[in-house]
Design a protein around this ligand. Structure first.
Ligand SMILES: C[S@@+](CC[C@H](N)C(=O)[O-])C[C@H]1O[C@@H](n2cnc3c(N)ncnc32)[C@H](O)[C@@H]1O
Length: 235
């Protein structure tokens, strides 16, 4: 018999359908104890993404796990083209309705693995982004995605992967209970897989990428248990 405590599973698609159609922050759980995080925190996220991606006006950006596109739209003016993909039918429908600018800035319902394998023109992308989403990829999918981005997306120079829960700092988040190893390794929870920087760097290295890490400024609500990573091609 296992003595691990049961824990809750989570679906963004199901959660988002319970929110108001225009509650963009609530739909992607950009909330602390149920209250939407202040605008200044959104600016901090966008600053981190911009710093990490270093977008140039002729870049074409691929985003995995883009959610409802509320953050993505803020990047459109800084690049020539954009494709945002997400596994949630509902969140992609919100993105299409509110933020899509055809033909160059598009959203599509696709899981991360499906997206990287089936993109018909991978060589058009020069930048990639996965914000608050990579932790929902199981290890085998995470490896597959990073390897496929390296092999098929030959002009991809830089990937920003943000808001990752740090396994080494899980106790700074779970202060009133201890989360089991099983929970911290389960992609189907509200917070996804908690990985140490070393584990993440190894995943990236095995796929041909060098990972450089940063943390958000101290005033950011999740700075104490999350980190960001920029991936560039090794050697
Ligand atoms: C916290 S939300 C982040 C959304 C968006 N990147 C943002 O920061 O606003 C996590 C997203 O990951 C998506 N997701 C989870 N598993 C996925 C998968 N296997 N492939 C693609 N997207 C996935 C969810 O549908 C959800 O939109």
């Amino acid at each position: 018999m296992s003595d691990t405590q049961p824990y809750a599973k989570f679906s963004y698609d199901a959660h988002a359908r319970t929110c108001a159609p225009d509650d963009f922050l609530g739909q992607t759980r950009r909330t602390v104890q149920g209250v939407a995080i202040p605008e200044a925190q959104i600016h901090m996220i966008l600053d981190a993404i911009r710093d990490g991606l270093q977008l140039r006006s002729d870049d074409v950006l691929l985003e995995l796990a883009c959610g409802n596109g509320a953050l993505s739209v803020q990047l459109f003016d800084a690049c020539r083209g954009y494709l945002g993909t997400d596994i949630s039918e509902y969140l992609v429908s919100v993105a299409k309705q509110h933020f899509e600018r055809l033909p160059d800035y598009r959203f599509e319902m696709l899981g991360g693995v499906e997206c990287v394998h089936h993109e018909p023109q991978p060589e058009r992308f020069t930048r990639a982004l996965c914000y608050a989403g990579f932790q929902y990829f199981a290890d085998s999918d995470a490896k597959d995605i990073l390897m496929t981005l390296h092999e098929r997306f030959t002009y991809l120079e830089r990937i920003f992967i943000g808001n990752l829960p740090d396994r080494a700092r899980a106790a700074d988040f779970y202060t009133s209970r201890e989360a089991s190893a099983e929970e911290l390794s389960d992609p189907n929870t509200a917070l996804g897989i908690w990985r140490t920087r070393e584990a993440f760097a190894q995943l990236a290295r095995d796929a041909g990428w060098q990972a450089d890490f940063s943390v958000m400024p101290q005033g950011f609500h999740a700075a104490h248990y999350r980190y960001d990573a920029v991936l560039t091609r090794r050697g």
